[in-house]
Design a protein around this ligand. Structure first.
Ligand code: BGP
Length: 492
């Protein structure tokens, strides 16, 4: 007997800026990703810019800064992976047919805000953008695949970001409201499940990622997060007004996926504090409708005077999310000591865990950690359903001469994580869906590479942008098809 509920949502996930391409088509405005170059595991991605006198340059988010007066710009001579990505914009029918062949019940994707409002502040939406997503949702419906739609997956219209202050400006809440109202009305009947912001907690995590991150920058990201959480709470209310059947979730980067490096109580307390600030702070607020008890001390330590109004508080209360979703790739270890070996990893860098193996990109492989996270979340938020909306192994795949791709390492990774979810369900966790990341190969968010592949479907495209863009089924494609058909029972 399968441990998964019979209507469990098996599927996969992508995001607009990493898959669509067509970056200037259908009236789309530029976004922050469109000015971001490709990097590698060791070389950062750069944002390119132009000075008023025409001088051109680039800077990296890690340590660099946009010079005074510069404007982010697409420049000649650079390669920008988002411009074509995997061309989902033109090939979505073929891709959705492949997802359907695997038996997908759910497909997580995002809407690019700049397709709907190219600059972010227009009075009326861009029809071609609305039509594009209508076509995609209609195609999904034809195949009985339920969309799970992320409203902002990292990507904001560049104009909004640069000229209007982006999420540092309270006024963006109203622009987001216009955007969400538009799409909630437009896609009523086609979409049921929404996620407001992808990995909303990542802005706050920067303080532990970048060495000597200035206090003022922490204050800025805490304020930005506040505006986003208010915007999210308004979106939840808006969604329920427009269609009471809408289910709106938050999306948190990682679970409580941090272990104390040692049993030194100092490490334990250090880890607890990190979890509170980086993970629970956002989840608690969005799920419980108010800031948690430890928020005040956190604000004080960083000298933060939060701009929060009575209306904000009322919105947070009235706009509690309906479900909790999160990404889970790996775990890390935390210690207050500075003299330990650290590891890479997507926003979870930390001390190396001697009990775990690591991927080529330095991410730990820890299926037990997923069961642990699901249980921790379930205990903290009783009655709140969950979905794991990102999980997977970024790896280099090799296509054989006959077009086959053997990816046993990916199958093994996913198998172990599915087993962990089954255990968690047996533990009593209310888990409703699983959409592994990059179900079709796409551009890596952290490095901009193509060779860091997650998919069941191989896309013939290289790091430098060459390739036919043809799609091929990997071994994991056939394997996942069996997993879905057996509702998670047949895992070999
Ligand atoms: C998450 C992002 C995704 C995705 C994933 C994998 O943080 O939500 O957009 O890209 O990580 O990361 P990467 O692409 O860097 O391997």
């Amino acid at each position: 007997m399968s441990k998964f509920p019979k209507d469990f949502y098996w599927g996969g996930a992508i995001a607009a800026n990493q898959a669509e391409g067509g970056y200037k088509e259908g009236g789309k405005g530029l976004t922050s990703s469109d000015v971001s170059t490709a990097g590698t595991h060791t070389e950062p991605r750069y944002t390119t810019y132009r000075m008023p006198d025409g001088t051109e340059g680039k800077y990296s988010y890690f340590g660099g800064k946009l010079p005074e007066g510069a404007k982010k710009a697409v420049l000649e001579g650079y390669y920008y992976p988002s411009h074509e990505a995997i061309d989902f914009y033109h090939r979505y029918k073929e891709d959705i047919a492949l997802f359907a062949e695997m038996g997908f019940k759910m497909f997580r994707m995002s809407i690019a805000w700049s397709r709907i409002f190219p600059k972010g502040n227009e009075e009326t939406p861009n029809q071609a953008g609305l039509d594009f997503y209508r076509d995609v949702f209609t195609e999904l419906k034809k195949h009985n695949i339920e969309p799970l739609v992320t409203i902002q997956h990292y990507d904001v219209p560049l104009y909004l970001d640069e000229e209007l202050g982006g999420w540092n400006n309270r006024d963006t809440i109203a622009l987001f409201d216009r955007y969400t109202e538009t799409i909630f009305k437009e896609y009523k009947g086609l979409v049921k499940y929404w996620l407001t912001f992808n990995e909303i907690n990542t802005s706050i995590m920067m303080k532990d990622l970048i060495p000597n991150y200035p206090k003022a920058a922490v204050a800025k990201s805490v304020q930005l997060l506040h505006y986003q959480m208010v915007a999210s709470a308004r979106a939840v209310q808006r969604a329920h007004e427009i269609d009471p059947n809408y289910v709106v979730g938050c999306m948190i980067a990682g679970g409580p996926s941090k272990y104390p490096l040692t049993c030194d109580p100092k490490d334990v307390l250090y880890t607890q504090k990190e979890l509170q600030e980086n993970t629970y702070y956002a989840a608690d607020t969005m799920i419980r409708g108010e800031y948690p008890y430890y928020a005040k001390r956190f604000w004080n330590e960083f000298g933060i005077e939060l701009d929060i109004t009575e209306e904000d508080k009322a919105d947070l209360k009235a706009g509690k999310v309906d479900m909790l979703t999160f990404s889970y790739y790996s775990t890390s270890c935390k210690t207050y000591r500075k003299d330990v070996e650290t590891t890479g990893g997507n926003f979870i860098m930390g001390a190396k865990n001697p009990y775990l193996k690591y991927s080529e990109w330095g991410w730990s492989l820890d299926p037990d950690g997923l069961r642990y996270c699901l249980n921790e979340y379930a205990a903290r938020y009783p009655g709140v359903p969950m979905m794991v909306v990102e999980n997977g192994l970024g790896a280099v795949d090799k296509m054989e001469e006959d077009g086959s791709i053997h990816d046993p390492y990916r199958i093994e990774y996913l198998r172990e994580h599915i087993k962990a979810m089954a255990e968690a369900i047996e533990d009593g966790v209310d888990l409703r869906g699983y959409t592994p990341w990059g179900c079709i190969d796409l551009v890596s968010a952290s490095t901009g590479e193509m060779k860091k592949r997650y998919g069941f479907i191989y896309v013939d495209k290289n790091n430098d942008g060459t390739g036919t863009l043809n799609r091929y089924k990997k071994d994991s494609f056939y394997w996942y098809k069996k997993v879905i058909a057996s509702n998670g029972e047949e895992l070999d």
